[in-house]
Design a protein around this ligand. Structure first.
Ligand code: KG4
Length: 351
């Protein structure tokens, strides 16, 4: 089965071709340079850029895969969650193509794409022996722990109650004047710094008060206090940004707090839920410190860890086609969405 994937939910314009689940091409155009001057994604700029770039990106994905439009068996597109005006560009293109070529259209939840990206590569995905699996989903807009008894069976067991981990890195970097997006810049600037130099808060563990969420508090995340702690630290220690070593230590400590808050909750989730493996997906899963912590956890608890290859961590279309492929190979038909849904919820399709 030859699938074209299309992803335009935020600021990446992406198209990919998968043949029987193997990634044959994965073309990503990042709009980061266009949004960087504003310190975040500007929806109007994003959608206009998707319109300009998407046709060429689709053509490039087909060319690189050696497949033609006529050979396609289906199209998979992200229809939520994301920016409405950005989602609409990919969705409209995918819908028009599927009608023109008379092939099925599969709507894919963006997070499902991230989750199944850990199974994708140059060979067909192998899911045997992976479930039940705990997934830490860490992107720019979301931080969640998803327990999966089987493919298509999602139980959210913990999530952030305020900022996402990627957001904490992006906002922290802005506050320090490092630029956008913060994750990769913080990782680079922190190199050689002492991550134990400053003890930043890990969120939720030491605060009392009423708990009004449905999730176990121990499995939830909070990053807004960390951001405030960084602001106060810089206000009270203005020299911290003038001295190179002090700056590196500050940034390494901030990164450590984010990675530690994530890894500790994964460990707790693995203790509470019956799992045979665990995974981490989304843009923040690229982070070296987080990867090291999770690798150590994997050794400690004796459970295999699945991570995506770097090009499949941040937003891409291979993961969207991959999610559609996996759903279909589990015996579930493509579902054509009638519209985009910026607030789309992660729904079970099995179990
Ligand atoms: O998954 P993604 O591409 O977009 C969403 O679906 O939201 O993730 C983007 C996020 C940004 O917050 C970015 O700062 C973060 O991923 N990121 C990283 C790294 N590379 C990207 N965070 C930490 N370390 C990195 N190396």
């Amino acid at each position: 089965m030859i699938l074209l994937g299309i992803e335009t939910s935020c600021d990446e314009t992406a198209a990919a071709v998968l043949v029987d689940g193997s990634v044959r091409s994965n073309i990503i155009y990042s709009q980061i340079a266009k949004h960087a001057p504003y310190g975040g994604v500007v929806p109007e700029i994003a959608s206009r850029d998707h319109v300009r770039k998407l046709p060429g990106i689709i053509e490039e994905a087909l060319n690189e895969s050696g497949c033609s439009f006529e050979q396609l068996d289906g199209i998979a597109v992200t229809y939520g969650p994301g920016l409405a005006s950005s989602l609409l560009i990919g969705y409209s293109a995918a819908r028009a193509l599927s009608q023109r070529l008379d092939i099925p259209l599969a709507g894919v939840h963006h997070h499902e794409g991230h989750i199944y990206s850990v199974f994708l590569g140059e060979t067909p995905p192998v899911l045997d022996g992976a479930f039940p699996m705990m997934v830490l989903l860490v992107s720019g807009g979301d931080t969640k722990l998803v327990y999966m008894k089987a493919p298509g069976c999602y139980e959210i067991v913990g999530q952030t109650i305020d900022d996402a981990a990627g957001e904490a890195l992006d906002k922290g970097a802005l506050l320090l004047g490092l630029g956008y997006p913060g994750g990769p810049i913080i990782q680079k600037t922190a190199e050689g710094g002492n991550p134990q130099a400053i003890r930043f808060p890990r969120g939720l563990d030491n605060v009392g008060g009423e708990w009004k969420y449905d999730f176990d508090r121990k499995l939830c995340f909070s990053f807004s206090g960390l951001k405030t702690a960084l602001l106060y630290y810089v206000q009270h220690n203005p020299d911290a940004l003038k001295d190179e070593t002090a700056k590196r230590n500050l940034i390494a400590s901030y990164q450590e707090a984010v990675a530690d808050a994530l890894a500790v909750r994964v460990e707790r989730a693995l203790e509470q839920y019956d799992c045979v493996s665990f995974a981490c997906a989304g843009g923040v899963s690229l982070n070296k410190v987080l990867r090291e912590k999770l690798a150590r956890l994997s050794e400690k608890c004796g459970l295999p860890l699945r991570l995506s290859s770097p090009k499949l961590c941040t937003d891409n279309a291979a993961m969207i086609a991959g999610a559609a492929h996996i759903k279909q190979s589990c015996g579930f038909a493509f579902e054509k969405p009638e519209d985009v849904n910026p607030n789309l919820r992660l729904e079970n399709w099995s179990g």
